[in-house]
Structures are given as structure tokens and as C-alpha cells.
Design a binder for this molecule. Structure first.
Ligand SMILES: [Zn+2]
Ligand SMILES: [Zn+2]
Length: 294
């Protein structure tokens, strides 16, 4: 029995790390099936599962039969389109007001995709990227709720690039980073035109020093911060290092001060970011169509 456990342990090790001990981005475990109805480490707890298993499954040669996928060599949507990104974060007392248009401050791929885009065959994505006016009021000192809660399908937070962060699932309920085709910054528009990521975009900086804890990269809609891949001492985190909602508590930089508090982390491993909310989410704040705002 002991022997079997050792083998299983080392298989998990091979799947996530390379010879240097870093995360091997060419062999990330596919997160399919890790969907729960309660807080569970390494899972997403979505508020609704309508359509799961009935929508188009995106796949391609970067997905392997051994349960891993090649993030490093997965094809990306073509193009380098610049956008008038607009995001303002105003922090005053107990409230942080985030306004913006959800357009990113980095180039995106061309959407709708051209038939000449090599990734068109895997996912045509007929939706154009659209500005989506948002207004969020988040607590500056969020507190842990008595119970964790589910995350919506759609935006679970906003990143400092100005774009939306969605949970780790696609509309079919599968690992979105593994299955869907995104652009070079791992973003793409959904059917209303909202440009979003399902992981920490490689186009966002998460700090300068790889020996230190990552910098803040965004805010979850319960007000808690989302930080990059590295925990204390610069260790690249995996799901097992974090709680069921993909966060933990220790001293971090928060609004310019050192403070011991809860925060989420991005990981290379599914569920990539927020798996459930530990705070109280701002449910009312969802993208408002620019036209209906006028
Ligand atoms: Zn998506
Ligand atoms: Zn941390």
C-alpha cells in the first residue's frame, strides 16, 4: 500500500513541476470535473451549472490524454489590437470605487476571429470586444463571511489591466484555460463582448522580485485582493497551498501598508484564481451596457 501512495505522489509531482522545481507550463493538469457545490480545495463552486455538458467542447492537440495540457504551446488568437482602456480606482475611507470600461490596457487578439486565424478551426469566436461600463463599490477592509459562497458564471473580479476576471470554467463547465482559445494575454470576449481572463494574464506584472510575495493584480468582487503566483518567500503556489476558495491569510501590502489579512492568489494550476468567495460579494455590481447607461 505504501508503495502505491509513493507512486501517486510522484505522478502529481511530475504533472506540476519541472526539473528546476518550477511549475511546468507545458504539462498543467486539466481541471475538468473539479466543479463542486461547496468549498473544496482545487475546485470551482459555481452558483449555477445550467448548460454544463451541453455546450460545445473546445479542444485541440494541446490537450493530452494523460490529463495534462500544454499551456506553453497552446495556440493563441492572432492580432495586436489596442483599446482605449479606462479604469479608475478611488479609495476613500471604507469604500473603494472602481469605474471603468473593462477594456484592457494591453493589446488583444482580433475578434470576431478571421477565418485566416489559425485558431479559427478550434473556436471561431464571432463576438466583437465591446466597452462595458462598470461601477463597483468594494469594501477597503473586507471581512471573512461566516460561510464561503459560490461564484457566479461570469465576472468574479476585476484585474488591474482594466479587464474582467471570470472563474476558471467555460460555458460547458470545463477548465476554460485548458479548453478555450484565448489571445496572447489569455483574454477573449464572451457573447456580450466582455473581454475577460480565466487565469492571471501573462500580460500583467505581478511584482519585480521573484524572491518575494507577488504584487496585487486585481480585486475579487468581495473586496479581497487577488495576488500573483508567488506566496511568501517567492514560492510558486499550487492549490494545495491555499484554502478552498484559493486564498490564505498572512501579512501583505494593502493600500500602502503592511497588514495581516485574507487574500486570493492566482496559480498556474486550476482553478487559477477565485474558486469561491470568502467575503461578501458585491452581487449587484455587474457590467452595465454602455448604451443603457446613457
Ligand atoms: Zn472565457
Ligand atoms: Zn499570500
Amino acid at each position: 500500500m505504501k508503495f502505491i501512495y509513493i507512486i501517486l505522489g510522484s505522478m502529481a509531482f511530475i504533472a506540476l513541476t519541472n526539473a528546476n522545481g518550477g511549475i511546468d507550463k507545458s504539462r498543467l493538469p486539466i481541471g475538468d470535473g473539479k466543479v463542486s457545490n461547496k468549498p473544496m480545495v482545487g475546485y470551482v463552486w459555481p452558483c449555477q451549472t445550467n448548460g454544463f455538458g451541453t455546450r460545445r467542447e473546445h479542444s485541440g492537440p494541446w490537450l493530452r490524454d494523460d490529463g495534462t495540457y500544454d499551456f506553453a504551446n497552446k495556440p493563441a488568437a492572432a492580432g495586436e489590437v489596442l483599446w482605449p482602456s479606462d479604469m479608475h480606482i478611488e479609495t476613500q475611507g471604507l469604500e473603494r470605487t472602481v469605474t471603468g470600461n473593462l477594456l484592457p490596457n494591453h493589446p488583444t487578439g482580433i475578434f470576431p476571429k478571421s477565418t485566416t486565424d489559425p485558431t479559427y478551426q478550434y473556436a471561431p469566436n464571432p463576438h466583437p470586444i465591446k466597452a462595458r461600463e462598470i461601477l463597483m463599490r468594494l469594501p477597503t477592509t473586507p471581512v471573512l463571511a461566516e460561510h464561503a459562497s459560490c461564484v457566479p458564471m461570469g465576472a468574479v473580479g476585476i484585474m488591474l489591466s482594466g479587464a474582467a476576471l471570470f472563474n476558471g470554467l467555460d460555458a460547458n463547465g470545463q477548465d476554460a484555460v485548458a479548453h478555450e482559445i484565448q489571445d496572447k494575454c489569455q483574454g477573449h470576449p464572451e457573447r456580450n463582448g466582455t473581454y475577460h481572463y480565466h487565469n492571471l494574464s501573462t500580460c500583467l506584472k505581478d511584482g519585480n522580485n521573484s524572491n518575494e510575495h507577488s504584487a496585487l493584480v486585481g480585486y475579487a468582487f468581495d473586496g479581497f485582493g487577488v495576488y500573483g503566483h508567488r506566496g511568501e518567500g517567492g514560492k510558486e503556489l499550487v492549490s494545495a497551498d491555499l484554502d478552498a476558495c484559493h486564498g490564505h491569510t498572512h501579512e501583505i501590502m494593502w493600500d500602502g501598508q503592511r497588514k495581516r489579512m485574507y487574500h486570493y492568489h492566482a496559480t498556474w494550476e486550476y482553478p487559477y484564481t477565485v474558486g469561491c468567495y470568502r467575503g461578501t460579494p458585491e452581487r449587484l455590481a455587474r457590467p452595465v451596457d454602455a448604451r443603457s447607461q446613457r
